[in-house]
Design a protein around this ligand. Structure first.
Ligand code: ZN
Ligand code: ZN
Length: 822
């Protein structure tokens, strides 16, 4: 047997064995307690990069740890293979996206295997497989039947560079999330999923996600953006009415003008006959060039025009001017607002710019506002004034009282509003799921019958975007289809689906990946769901993580799922940079996993990654690049290797517990097991590794002073290998087998500790108050000063002598004395 650490040979051997013998295959139904672990499936846009290595290393360590804890673990992998990255790359290289995508899948797949990931490889699928996207089409039709899929003409975010429509979530600070180009607006007839029907549940159920960070919950809460208030109807003089939503109905008496979005269709109707028609058209075109961020910014000067018509304020019958202004958006609320300049910042700026009337209707408690001299809106609390019967009402009750009155008078009603919009799923791109709808001149839009699914994406299509039409429109033969209802010649829909449709339910498919009768068997899915540990990037906080929750809730309503939330625990890994910048080939600040595998091994790479810091923290890779893995990870693994090799055959027989050195090492080992287990539970792998470093040091020290009790060494090495196994699975497996085991370490049980041995060395800590001993406490010998103070102050006896006052002075002499002066 090779005595030196030949990582290439070892990793090669065990990779083949694990995969060939299907070590990580999960049962169809979990038999005992289960853990369903999912990492967000990758885009196959090239070979594995360090971002994959990071999340796979973290995720795989968790899955392997759960297996050793005795759980049935389902840990699958698939590929998010439709979408822009694949298509853009294919366009640049002039090759077919399918060919390119599936080649990348193979490469990424074997790299993940090389990294030692314990995925259930046989369950893998790619979302561009017709066997998968067939079910996207199935769900589209189900949603359509339930009124959750609809087509409407809408202003769409348009990326002039990618020549495609973007969802709101793909627009970041007015720019395309993918390419950074400035986003413009366009009107197109497009498909939507009615996420807004589920807005309340999406918000209310957030609290069920106990394993989410507060930050993530806050991001989603803000994105959903629920607000309460009233809907109030304003009559237009002789020409219908407009409803507005306001969170401040108590300021209705201060509404001194009315504002609509310039693109509001009603504005176009109202302006007819006023002589301002062309002025409005010009203004509307100018506003269309602005981004949503510009329009809603409080910094930028606001622009607008009076359209020559008036509205009637329903609370006081006042006739107020109707304006259009760039700061009012069509798709928020009803696209129209009542302007209350005295108490709204943007209305105030607008009123000052155009010299419009301002009326104070809320007076603050500490001063008197004067419209003539105000320099900004007052948005704080106060008392209602200039508001008829409500004068004198305090702000605490004003909103509720005004709404009650509006309802009793039939002038308005209680309402809530959401910031979240329906999900625009149409894409004018080739590489996606075709939408299963046919347009017939006689019958209108007609769903394709279920038995004709999948509607397969045609090949050899010119998919270079032209900007005007979907690439599928150029596949003339494919577009022609008989109407499923009347049989006459008709046209297929040529938009494809947003890839976030694919990723909204893939984790259900893993539980039943080969089903061709239904998307998945709910019995199988319900047996594994919800996902016990989900991992992936925080950049999905409001994209994927909202859409997948929406799908889950629809599944519950369809009887396909039982859990209201699909992934109640989520880990977001940090960002990897080098020199403070994202790793990228063009910057040249990249470390190739393949080079790391060859020179140092997958185990060393994984260990290096896990040791770099807590999983959520960002990590700046050292400038020496791949070489950095050597000293900190590879050299240490060689040390572990040597410890195992040198002590496997120790023959001198000592007596257990006879020697104080044996006893001390065993105590150290059991404390290590306790602490490392706690670290694993908290996913604190870097501190676990640090502790294992120290354990190995202790073992070498023990040997160097003549310790050699084979039972003690055997106990230590077995526990060490087990604690290392989830992080460095190859070395652990090899040394485990060399110990004589013929079954895998990865199915052995996690080491347990003897509480009597794991107990920390304790000392007696004395607590004095004003010089008198008031309590004595047993504390760990290595207790910190802060912890001493905390424990002293927590003592009831001490509290009795301190009263409810904080001590004036605290003197700490570790570890035996805390002296408090009151
Ligand atoms: Zn773009
Ligand atoms: Zn028809």
């Amino acid at each position: 047997m090779e005595r030196s650490y030949d990582h290439v040979a070892i990793e090669e051997r065990w990779m083949k064995e694990w995969i060939g013998q299907k070590y990580w295959a999960a049962p169809t139904f979990p038999e005992g307690d289960k853990r369903y672990t999912v990492t967000m499936y990758p885009y196959p846009s090239g070979d594995m990069h360090m971002g994959h290595v990071e999340i796979f290393s973290i995720h795989d360590t968790i899955a392997r740890y759960y297996r050793m804890q005795g759980f049935d673990v389902l840990n699958p992998i698939g590929f998010d293979s439709f979408g822009l990255p694949a298509e853009n790359a294919a366009i640049q290289r002039g090759i077919d996206p399918k060919e390119w995508t599936y080649k990348n899948i193979d490469t990424l797949f074997s790299s993940a295997q090389r990294l030692g990931c314990s995925f259930d490889w046989d369950r893998k699928f790619a979302t561009s497989d017709p066997e998968y996207y067939k079910w996207n089409q199935y769900f589209f039709l189900k949603f359509y039947e339930r009124g959750l899929a609809y087509k409407k003409a809408a202003p769409a975010n348009w990326c002039p560079n990618d020549k495609t429509v973007l969802a709101n979530e793909q627009v970041v600070n007015g720019r395309c999330e993918r390419c950074g180009a400035e986003v413009t607006k366009r009107y197109l007839a497009q498909w939507f999923f009615k996420v807004t029907d589920y807005a309340d549940r999406l918000l209310d159920d957030l609290e069920l996600n106990t394993g989410w960070t507060d930050r993530l919950k806050q991001l989603q809460t803000n994105w959903i953006g629920r607000s309460y208030g009233a809907e109030v109807e304003f009559d237009i003089d002789g020409d219908g009415s407009i409803t507005v939503f306001t969170t401040r109905p108590d300021t209705l008496w201060g509404a001194t003008f009315f504002v609509m979005a310039p693109e509001h269709p009603f504005a176009e109707e109202l302006v007819v006959g006023t002589g301002k028609e062309s002025e409005l058209a010009t203004f509307r075109d100018e506003v269309a060039k602005l981004t949503e961020i510009d329009r809603t910014s409080t910094e930028r000067p606001k622009r607008g025009m009076f359209i020559g018509r008036h509205a009637i304020n329903p609370v006081n019958d006042e006739k107020i001017q109707i304006w259009v202004a760039d700061y009012v958006l069509m798709d928020y609320g009803t696209g129209a607002i009542m302007a209350v300049p005295a108490h709204d910042e943007r209305d105030f700026d607008f009123a000052r710019t155009y010299d419009l009337p301002i009326r104070v209707v809320i007076q603050p408690p500490d001063r008197e506002l004067d419209e003539a001299t105000m320099t900004e809106a007052y948005v704080g609390p106060g008392t209602m004034v200039n508001s008829d019967r409500f004068d004198g009402t305090s702000v605490e009750e004003s909103v509720a009282r005004v709404i009650d009155w509006l309802e009793s008078e039939g002038r308005g009603k209680r309402a809530k509003n959401f910031r979240i919009r329906d999900w625009l799923i149409s894409r004018q791109r080739y590489w996606g799921t075709p939408i299963p709808i046919v347009f017939c001149d006689d019958c209108g839009e007609v769903p394709i019958p279920y038995e004709e699914l999948p509607l397969v994406l045609p090949e050899n299509v010119d998919f270079n975007p032209t900007g005007e039409e979907s690439p599928l429109a150029t596949a003339h033969e494919w577009v022609k289809a008989p109407c499923p209802r009347c049989g006459k010649p008709a046209r297929r829909e040529t938009d494809t689906m947003d890839t976030f449709v694919d990723s909204s339910w893939y984790f259900h498919r893993y539980t039943d990946p080969f089903n061709d009768e239904m998307p998945f068997d709910p019995a199988k899915s319900n047996a594994w769901m919800p996902i016990d540990q989900y991992s992936g990037g925080i950049e999905h906080a409001v994209l994927h993580l909202i859409y997948a929750r929406f799908f889950q809730k629809v599944f519950v309503d369809m009887g396909l799922a039982k859990d209201p939330e699909p992934f109640p625990a989520l880990l977001n890994q940090g960002l990897i940079t080098m020199g403070g910048k994202r790793m990228s080939k063009s910057r040249g600040n990249i470390v190739e996993p393949q080079e790391a595998f060859e020179r140092f091994g997958a185990d060393a790479l994984r260990l290096f990654m896990l040791f770099s810091g807590p999983p959520e923290a960002n990590f700046d890779w050292p400038e020496e690049g791949v070489d950095a893995i050597g000293p900190s990870a590879h050299e240490w693994l060689k040390r572990v290797w040597r410890l195992c090799e040198d002590n496997r055959d120790v023959v001198d027989i000592g007596e257990l517990h006879a020697d104080p050195a044996d006893e001390a090492l065993r105590r150290y080992l059991h404390r290590t097991i306790k602490i490392v287990t706690e670290d694993y539970e908290a996913f604190s792998f870097n501190t676990a590794i640090a502790r294992l470093h120290e354990l190995v040091n202790q073992a070498f020290r023990y040997r160097s002073v003549g310790g050699g009790n084979p039972q003690v060494m055997r106990e230590l090495i077995e526990a060490l290998l087990k604690m290392l196994a989830p992080m460095a699975p190859y070395l652990a497996e090899e040394q485990w087998r060399r110990l004589g085991y013929d079954t895998s370490i990865h199915f052995s049980t996690w080491p347990t500790y003897d509480p009597n041995l794991a107990i920390e060395d304790e000392v007696t800590m004395v607590v004095q108050v004003n010089g008198k001993v008031r309590d004595t406490l047993q504390v760990p010998a290595d207790i910190s000063e802060d912890e001493m103070t905390t424990r002293a102050l927590a003592s009831e006896k001490v509290q009795a002598h301190l009263g409810d006052k904080d001590p004036k002075k605290v003197i700490v002499k570790p570890p035996k004395l805390v002296s408090l002066v009151s």
